[in-house]
Design a protein around this ligand. Sequence first.
Ligand SMILES: C[S@@+](CC[C@H](N)C(=O)[O-])C[C@H]1O[C@@H](n2cnc3c(N)ncnc32)[C@H](O)[C@@H]1O
Ligand code: SF4
Length: 494
Amino acid sequence: MNIVGQFPNISDALVDRALSRVADFNRFREEGLICRSGDFFPSVHYPPITMYDEVDENKLFEDYSLPADGKLDVYAHIPFCKQRCIFCHYPVMLGKKEAEMDQYLGAMEKEMDIYMRRLGVDRIKVRSILVGGGTPSYLSPAQLKRFLDFFTKRLDMSQCDQFNWDVDPSTLVGPIGLERLKILRDYGSDRLTLGIQSLDERVLEIMNRPHDKAVALEAIRNSQEHGYQVNIEFIFGHPGETLKNWVDVMREAVTLGTEEIQLYRLKVEAYGDYQGPIKNYLNKRPDEVIPHEEQIMMKQLAIDILAENGYHENLRRVYTKERQHFSCYAENQCCKLYDEVGFGLTAFSSLRDRFVLNSQTFGEYYQHIEEGRMPLNRGLKRDRDQQLRWAIVLPLKNRDVYKSTFEAATKGESIENVFRPKIDRLKAYGLLREDEVSLGLTQLGTFFADEVAQQFHSDDYIPYPREAYADGPLNPYLDTDPYAAKDAAALAVS
Ligand SMILES: C[S@@+](CC[C@H](N)C(=O)[O-])C[C@H]1O[C@@H](n2cnc3c(N)ncnc32)[C@H](O)[C@@H]1O
Ligand code: SF4
């Protein structure tokens, strides 16, 4: 690729750094860390959520006990949106369907009661809250109040660290948008994540976003004026994006004064049951696919522009000026491994040694609740092997693995004894760093965080088959036995 000098808005130094990341990307493909095709699979939970079997509520909860301090993080899912964005793989109901929304809120209220009976509590002692979707702020102001009334009535919020919402900007403008912002604030909400996705008009149109650039900027301003901590999200690698317009978007993003900026690489294949329109869109227009190498450059260019403007990576993919600005909900669940319960369609509960996922269809969700059952669909109690891997994969992907947290989550297993050949090899390749208290990704490792985390998966859950990876020293199928080194040492002694 001879790109240097082609972009009047990008300095040669930035282009050089981006190209050296492309060289890393190609080297890691040859060494087996990244699959040969260059595709990626986001590492979100372990084992990956899509691979769970059906579960029985009684079996899953019969021996569950609340954490010692009784605190839980709480998620609520509201799956309604104005229109379908082409990149989106979430099952949502589209259009202003007031009656459906009312029915859904009624079901969710009942679901909370069913779940609380199961937990044996009158109110949930909350550590942090996230309301996501869909677009929860697509509810009318009256519906939002109705939701917030029944939701917060069931929560003890006296020790709640943060109350987050994931929203789309079109719902936060005009008189109704301002009313929504005020309602959310009145009930204690303090952090908003706005899906801005791009500030380029053409890209927003291709995405079929329900807003243009002016609305995105107005929503950010409105949120800031109401005193929220604001996170803005962007997707790179989407059709319509070029290195030039992506750099322009990032340069503008850093001027908006938000506490956080979050980056996502476009995922074309679904990661749940619903496949978004993007795959079909690109199948029909293969010339609009952004090559992997260009996506890698986009990511590195963004990281450098963010750093030049004081934004550094905090929780994975989230760039902030100050260390204290991040999602407590994400940190509690993915780094501290605290228990979290979820309500609503497709919501999940991530508990210390088990995981449950709610129904994916409205019909099944309503039916279970009508029958007085939790609307569970899939899940599992992790066995010992899965628990060891979960306790390293999540914190490593999202920030650092504290050795004490790992021990607490694995009934006293020491990370010194498990995964040793893997850890030592990843350190030798400059992807991991380790000290007495923690294990974490190096700067190079953070760039390839999903693939490094997947090194700790068992053979059954590596995203692509063995032959999809080069037969190199970092092929994820090598040394997947967590106790290999310990067993070898024991054999040598005996
Ligand atoms: C729950 S989603 C949507 C939140 C909100 N409804 C909105 O549209 O602004 C959270 C974020 O995931 C990212 N995202 C969704 N689908 C994606 C995909 N296929 N590839 C990469 N990022 C994606 C987007 O940046 C999005 O804002
Ligand atoms: S990206 Fe957000 S607004 Fe668009 S369809 Fe998905 S959930 Fe709805």
